[in-house]
Design a protein. Structure first.
Ligand SMILES: *[C@@H]1O[C@H](CO)[C@@H](O)[C@H](O)[C@H]1NC(C)=O
Ligand SMILES: *[C@@H]1O[C@H](CO)[C@@H](O)[C@H](O)[C@H]1NC(C)=O
Length: 183
């Protein structure tokens, strides 16, 4: 009986949260960066410990970059516990993107997540220290995404070389449902 009410509560909460525009929580498992040391002398890629939903990156560019691209891949399992498959795979010219040309919806999500620092993603990209605190991807994700594990691979590259490769792993979960299950 207790189990029945528990289930009912979960259903009610799930139903309620859907009408109240369900916003899933995001938790990062890992954030790795590999840099081309001809361009970037020092870097930090961190998951902020508080609730593991925010990222911080610091990159010290020692060379100017005239123009560059960003590639963005989103991978998810089709069903729980199956192989990760590419859901999104885009290659965006940042110089064009900054001008509002060839906008891609998911790229827009990603750039928005950088907050005010997003404006630093433009051309040319002068050398110097770039700090991107509190990158909040969760807040900008579309609401239709399911609860799932996912991976993101985002690289920055020029026609000659890769500047920075990042790989992220995380998962989306419904925190309200978790509360329901505990009761
Ligand atoms: C970044 O990834 C590309 C392609 O996957 C690879 O060729 C390159 O060596 C990588 N760069 C670094 C710094 O790991
Ligand atoms: C950069 O992106 C543009 C637009 O998608 C593409 O045509 C070009 O080949 C890309 N360049 C590199 C180096 O990937």
């Amino acid at each position: 009986m207790a189990q029945f009410y528990g289930t009912l509560l979960v259903l009610l909460l799930a139903g309620h949260s859907q009408t109240a525009k369900l916003r899933l929580q995001l938790m990062w498992r890992s954030f790795n960066c590999a840099v081309n040391t001809d361009y970037i002398s020092q870097h930090k890629c961190l998951i902020l410990e508080a609730d593991r939903s925010l990222l911080t990156a610091e990159l010290h560019y020692i060379k100017d970059v005239a123009k560059y691209n960003a590639t963005f891949k989103l991978l998810m399992p089709q069903k729980p516990n199956t192989k990760f498959q590419k859901v999104i795979d885009v290659n965006v010219d940042i110089c064009q993107f900054a001008k509002g040309v060839h906008g891609h919806r998911f790229m827009t999500v990603v750039i928005k997540a950088f907050g005010k620092q997003g404006s630093q993603l433009k051309c040319p990209h002068p050398k110097g220290l770039y700090v991107y605190p509190n990158i909040n991807i969760a807040e900008n994700l579309p609401a239709f995404l399911p609860e799932t594990e996912f991976r993101i691979e985002m690289n920055f590259l020029t026609t000659e070389t890769h500047l920075l490769n990042t790989s992220l792993a995380g998962f989306l979960y419904n925190s309200q449902k978790k509360i329901g299950k505990l009761i």
